[in-house]
Design a protein around this ligand. Structure first.
Ligand SMILES: [Zn+2]
Length: 300
C-alpha cells in the first residue's frame, strides 16, 4: 500500500511516494511561492503518473484544525481558515488528510525512527524556530483546539529577546538555528547564519564554540521544564540544527538531567537524534494518509 506525503513549507513543496515500511520510492518538488494548490496538484500528478497510490497526506507549516480538514493559519502560506483537505481531495480525486508538520515528523519517527515504541514520545525540532510534537501511545496530542504543544514559545527569559510571536524571551529565541546566529552576534561575531556558526564551531573557533555551548545550555533548560510537564520516555531532537547535534547534545543532556525535579531519584527520558532527517514530515504525512484510509484514525 503506497501513499503520497507532501511537505508544504514556507518556500517549497516536497512530495514523495512512500510505502508502508516508510521507504520513499520517488520524489517530486515544487515551490510554495507559486499558487500552492496548483503546485501540490502538479507534484502529486507527476508522482501518480508512475505510482499507484491510495491517498495523500500534507504536512503543513501552520495551525491545522483538530479535524485535520482545515488549515487555520499558516504564517508563510496564503491559507487562512482554508478548507484545504476537501478542496484538494476534489481536485486530486483521492482522500487527502492534513497534519501540522512537527506532528507529521513525530509520526514518522514513531513509526520508522527514534520514537519507535515510546509510550510518551516528544519531538523537538530545532530549525528557524522550534517545532514540537507530543505522541501518547502513538497518537498525536493536539490539545483542546488543535494547536498544542507550542513549546518554542515557552517564556524562558523574562524580558528576553523579542519574538515574532509578540512575546519576549521565548525558548526558540535562545535555542534554534536563528538563536545560534543571534547568540554569536551578541558575543561579537560577524553577521552569520546558524549553519555558519556550527561550521565555525566544528573548525574550533572559540567564539562559535561558546555560542554552541550557550545553545546547549538553553536546550537543557527547556528540556528539563518540558520533561517535568510531560514525563516523556523518549525525546527526539530533529530539524535542521540536529545535523550538528554531536556539537551540543551531550552537554544539553547533562544540563537537562541536572535540572530535572527529583533528579537522581527518577527515570529520565532518553534524548536521541531524529533518524528520518528532513524527509520526516513527508513520510509522516504519508503514514497518516494510509491510516486515514484504513479508518484507524491513529497511527499506533
Ligand atoms: Zn515566541
Amino acid at each position: 500500500m503506497t501513499t503520497i506525503g507532501v511537505d508544504v513549507g514556507g518556500t517549497s513543496v516536497r512530495a514523495g511516494v512512500v510505502d508502508d515500511a516508510g521507504v520513499v520510492l520517488a520524489t517530486a518538488h515544487g515551490s510554495s511561492r507559486e499558487d500552492v494548490d496548483d503546485e501540490i496538484c502538479r507534484v502529486v500528478g507527476e508522482l501518480r503518473a508512475e505510482h499507484a497510490v491510495i491517498a495523500v497526506g500534507l504536512a503543513v507549516a501552520g495551525f491545522v484544525a483538530s479535524d485535520r480538514r482545515t488549515v487555520l493559519f499558516a504564517p508563510h502560506l496564503p491559507w487562512r481558515a482554508s478548507a484545504v483537505a476537501d478542496r484538494l481531495a476534489q481536485r486530486i480525486g483521492l482522500p487527502v488528510v492534513l497534519e501540522h508538520d512537527a506532528n507529521a515528523a513525530a509520526v514518522a519517527e514513531y513509526r520508522f525512527g527514534g520514537l519507535r515504541g515510546a509510550r510518551v514520545g516528544l519531538l523537538v525540532a530545532l530549525g528557524t524556530g522550534i517545532g514540537a510534537a507530543l505522541l501518547i501511545d502513538g497518537s498525536v496530542y493536539r490539545g483542546a483546539f488543535g494547536v498544542a504543544p507550542e513549546l518554542g514559545h515557552l517564556r524562558l527569559v523574562p524580558d528576553g529577546r523579542e519574538c515574532p510571536c509578540g512575546k519576549r524571551g521565548c525558548w526558540e529565541r535562545y535555542c534554534s538555528g536563528t538563536a545560534l546566529a543571534a547568540t554569536a552576534r551578541d558575543m561579537g561575531a560577524a553577521e552569520s547564519t546558524g549553519r555558519e556558526v556550527a561550521q565555525a564551531a566544528r573548525a574550533g573557533d572559540p567564539l562559535a564554540l561558546a555560542a554552541v555551548d550557550e545553545m546547549a545550555r538553553w536546550l537543557g533548560d527547556g528540556l528539563a521544564l518540558v520533561a517535568d510537564v510531560y514525563d516523556p520516555e523518549v525525546v527526539v531532537i530533529g530539524g535542521g540544527v540536529s545535523g550538528s547535534a554531536d556539537l551540543y547534545l551531550d552537554k544539553a543532556v547533562d544540563r537537562y538531567r541536572a535540572l530535572m525535579t527529583g533528579t537522581g531519584h527518577r527515570p529520565v527520558a532518553r534524548v536521541v537524534r531524529a533518524q528520518r532527517g528532513d524527509e520526516a514530515g513527508m513520510v509522516g504525512a504519508a503514514a497518516l494518509a494510509a491510516g486515514w484510509v484504513g479508518g484507524a484514525g491513529r497511527v499506533g
